[in-house]
Write a protein of this length. Structure first.
Length: 118
């Protein structure tokens, strides 16, 4: 089994920054992909950033240039630095991890609230 624990959410003013972390534990394979979704009230869950164990990253257009995803493979941890936050970034942020061959299995964190408001 795999467990994901997120941390770092909170309340921040527009233009501010937050750093989210996702720590994975359990049976973690060397090759995997981690990332973040977010879900705002009344909206669908949105994929915003991914990073492979090799370090390849992808971002949604809505966060490109403002958010940076990184990882520490030795600690099975993914981090997301969020800068220039906007009110529309307000959402619950969920970390995930995909691993497994031939069919990857997805594991989810519990979610952490990010609120951007003055």
């Amino acid at each position: 089994q795999v467990q994901l624990v997120e941390s770092g959410g909170g309340l921040v003013q527009p233009g501010g920054s937050l750093r989210l972390s996702c720590a994975a534990s359990g049976s973690i394979f060397n090759r995997n992909t981690m990332g973040w979704y977010r879900q705002a009230p009344g909206k669908q869950r949105e994929l915003i950033a991914t990073i492979t164990s090799g370090g390849t990253t992808n971002y949604a257009d809505s966060v490109q240039g403002r958010f940076t995803i990184s990882r520490e493979n030795a600690k099975n941890t993914a981090n997301m630095q969020m800068n220039s936050l906007k009110p529309e970034d307000t959402a619950v942020y969920y970390c995930y991890l995909d691993q497994g061959i031939p069919s990857a299995r997805r594991y989810w964190g519990q979610g952490t609230q990010v609120t951007v408001s003055s």
